[in-house]
Ligand binder design. Sequence first.
Ligand SMILES: *[C@@H]1O[C@H](CO)[C@@H](O)[C@H](O)[C@H]1NC(C)=O
Length: 215
Amino acid sequence: MARVLGSFALLALVFCVAVAADDSPLQDFCVADMNGHVLVNGYTCKNPSWVQAEDFYYGGLHMMGNTSNSLGSKVTPVFVTQVPGLNTLGISLARIDYAPWGVNPPHTHPRASEILTLLEGSLEVGFITSGPENRHISKVLYKGDVFVFPENLIHYQKNNGNTNAIAIAALSSQNPGVISMASGVFGAIPEIPVDILAKGYKINGDAVSNIQHKF
Ligand SMILES: *[C@@H]1O[C@H](CO)[C@@H](O)[C@H](O)[C@H]1NC(C)=O
């Protein structure tokens, strides 16, 4: 019994070692073979001899994203799906455009911390901590400012001015993932039962249905 417990303690220790990003590759690169059919944690590797510069390349990030939507913001991802050479490397980035007063609403990245650089405009940004519970850390950013959103925490950005804003966000995963608080909860398919959301959000069922219909 003691030995079994000891083994669990050892296991617990091993898994305590913080993984700060996607696992390190054991080769120079593992350019994603997008046509591979084997399911692994990422994509299988292309034969290194067949790899080309294009596999590590993305063009067009100077182009403004289309912010003509109800939020007034647009994320242009440069993840492994766009750049197969990012496979197994634990990094990626995105361009984010904001129309005047546009919002990138509260969301999390289940696999990545994010470091955002504001290139143009002004943003109001923030995230919520789990300890202390629900502490709101926020700041107004100006051109040239950098802000960090720690992995998994709910965060948001809002354009704080009447000009366009542009940011570049770097993320510590080839595939950061995104869970939107609003559409994740109120736009789930199939939907989360109304009574559950009504209790959880302390609102009545009609208010829940009303929000659900918007997603
Ligand atoms: C931007 O998106 C809107 C809404 O989807 C669309 O009507 C419009 O044509 C798009 N503009 C450009 C330049 O693609």
